[in-house]
Design a protein around this ligand. Structure first.
Ligand code: ARG
Length: 257
């Protein structure tokens, strides 16, 4: 009986190891990074060869590069729909999900998260001339753009009574706002600030009574403690050395130029 138990445990371990991202073993250890490169300043696409890794640039990409350096990984960026990232990590198609992703209880049912590396909050973007949208509550009855599957989408869906329009990327929602087709857009603060800098005539409205702060973390397959420990050790080092703030400044400077 004891032997049977030991054998089934061994089998279970072998099974788990074989379904989890196997590219991480061997001489050519490749870390497949699932992201959605439509989220400046965390990840966005620039000209080929101009980004930190190939055409990909952003704070997350700089973090990924540090993980690669610390643990001897090669990196492959898998740019996909935001909503596919968790599934690609749970199925082992990707090793980690790095996407300015908020650590939420819902997502924790499917993946494990690293220690947090950034704090953000949902931000309401409105035309500068707008005076009646002053809080989350005042979005009721308005046409509001969100991005499908983002935490802003779930926060506003939970509120009800809002005429929600879902977009594939933040920029598409903001374009509609500048064209006068929407009353507001709700998206994470760092990205909202980018859009406000980039387009004339927009401003930010905050509501910390409704929107709670969100912590960005890296997603790994559930139970992959070995990889999680590696990721955490790099994030700890970056936080201790204030490197992440430095990365943000570096990306800021590059994004503006
Ligand atoms: N923080 C938000 C969330 O986790 C938005 C993240 C969007 N990230 C991206 N790379 N498109 O839902």
């Amino acid at each position: 009986m004891k032997r049977f138990k030991a054998l089934s445990l061994l089998l279970a371990v072998v099974l788990i190891l074989s379904v989890s991202a196997c590219t991480l073993k061997g001489p050519d250890k490749k870390l497949v990074v699932a992201t959605n490169a439509q989220f400046p300043p965390f990840e966005y696409v620039t000209e080929a060869g101009q980004g930190v890794i190939d055409k990909y640039d952003g704070i997350d990409i700089l973090i990924v590069q540090e993980i690669a350096k610390d643990h001897g990984f090669k990196i492959e960026i898998a740019d996909m729909e935001f909503n596919s990232i968790i599934a690609s990590v749970t199925t082992g198609k990707a090793d980690i999900g790095v996407a300015g992703m908020t650590d939420t209880a819902d997502r924790r049912e499917n993946v494990d998260f690293s220690i947090p590396y950034w704090v953000a909050v949902q931000t309401i973007i409105v035309p500068e001339t707008n005076t009646d949208i002053t809080s989350a509550e005042s979005l009721k009855g308005k046409k509001v753009g969100v991005v499908t599957g983002y935490t802003g989408d779930s926060a506003l869906s939970d509120m009800g009574d809002i005429n929600l329009l879902r977009f594939n990327k933040g920029i598409d929602a903001v374009m509609e706002l500048t064209n006068g087709k929407l009353d507001a857009v709700v998206i994470d603060s760092p990205t909202a600030n980018r859009f406000i800098e980039k387009f004339d005539g927009l401003k930010a409205v905050y509501d910390d009574t409704v929107f709670e702060t969100e912590q960005y973390a890296i997603a790994v397959q559930k139970g992959n403690q070995e990889l999680l420990d590696k990721i955490n050790s790099t994030i700890e080092r970056l936080i201790a050395n204030k490197d992440i703030e430095r990365f943000a400044e570096e990306i800021d400077a590059r994004f503006q130029s």
